[in-house]
Design a protein around this ligand. Sequence first.
Ligand SMILES: [Zn+2]
Length: 447
Amino acid sequence: MKKREFLLTFLVTLFASCGSVDKLHKGAPSAGTAEENVRYEDYFKNSTLRYDFHHTGNSRSEGYTFDAVRREGVWAGSKNALINPFEYGEQHFRIVDEQSGKTIYKNNYCTLFNEWQTTDEAARVSRSFAEAIIFPEPKRNFRIEIYARNKATKEMQKLHSHSINVSDYNIRPRGTACESIDIHIGGSIEHSLDIVLLPDGFTAEQKEKFLASCRMWSDALFGYSPFDKNRHRINIRAVWAPSPEAGISEPGHGKWVNTTLDTRFFTFGSERYQMVEDFQRVRDLAASAPYESIFILTNTDKYGGGGIYNFYGLGSAGKTGRTGEVYVHEFGHSLLGLGDEYVEVGNTVSALYPADKEPWEANLTTFVNFDKKWKSMIADTTPVPTPFDKAMLTQKQESLTLGAYEGGGYLEKGIYRPTPQCMMNQLRDFCPVCQKAIEEYLDYMCK
Ligand SMILES: [Zn+2]
């Protein structure tokens, strides 16, 4: 896709061996404050339920069809963080207590399906993508409601509602777990961000190679602020699940590899866009460890990957170029939906970022509602918009002024980013706005 191809060009230009690939994502309104007083013990057991469905449609419409409800392991999220207050995501879902009508859980996310909706293929044919959401297991009968953002208004609208009887004998029991290996344990499951690293394309003989990649992923993450300061409340576990064959499929080159997750390059026609289409397979593996955030490491030296908010991040495990930095960049997308701060030269209009709507990403603004973004962090003496000079790209990062620089979200005009340099732009350190957003998201997840 256009924006991903650009990032590839951009990073290759800058760093020779880097390419990257990306996501897109949009936002969700916050939950009402009245719903935030939910006591976990009143409504939930200590286990996890998973709701499997297919996300179906084309470029003009989308809908949901039910697959199954599954029981999984211990609930890994905070029992004090049940209603996600952030306005992030293209979708959100609510768990509603049938007896009281109260929303007892809400979380936000984006999907690969929504990216596919922007492709030429979606204008010609309808498709269906397997998806799944997880939430703490309710004690009483409940209703699942899925909301998606209207393409024109960007407001959330309810597209799916399904009442579940908690004693339904069709709720599937927990599946057989794979081996889970601790990579870094900072704190308790309840009060930490629990990340699970999944392998794809590693054979039974390549376990050590996968675990070495996991340690490299962990070192890369803690090499950046604010993750370095939050080691005590981040847990990283690896799940070991060997694939029948080694490597990753490259359909555009006629190469097909039999792997556990069926990761493929050439997603939606973009060679470096390496993703898994079947998200239920991803959840199947992830369930072997307590988790809130998923990152997939693939057994290939070929550059590529992506990250989608509260869905999963993915990167090649081969040590090519600045692999560690790109892991962290993609994790910025998948953990809290940080937007790309780079510009696609010549790109002036995008359905993703209409000029009359404030983007939901914490690190981008159209000035429609700048008060809700980082306006208060800018010094009074700094002009807004802030003048940009190309020399700022090579200046020492710490000498740069926080402001609102035109260009970002792949667009040249009408959208603004906090600084000329950031992890979400040229794989430098996270800018102050991204750092603050990460801290606040961790505060919520680790409550
Ligand atoms: Zn940033």
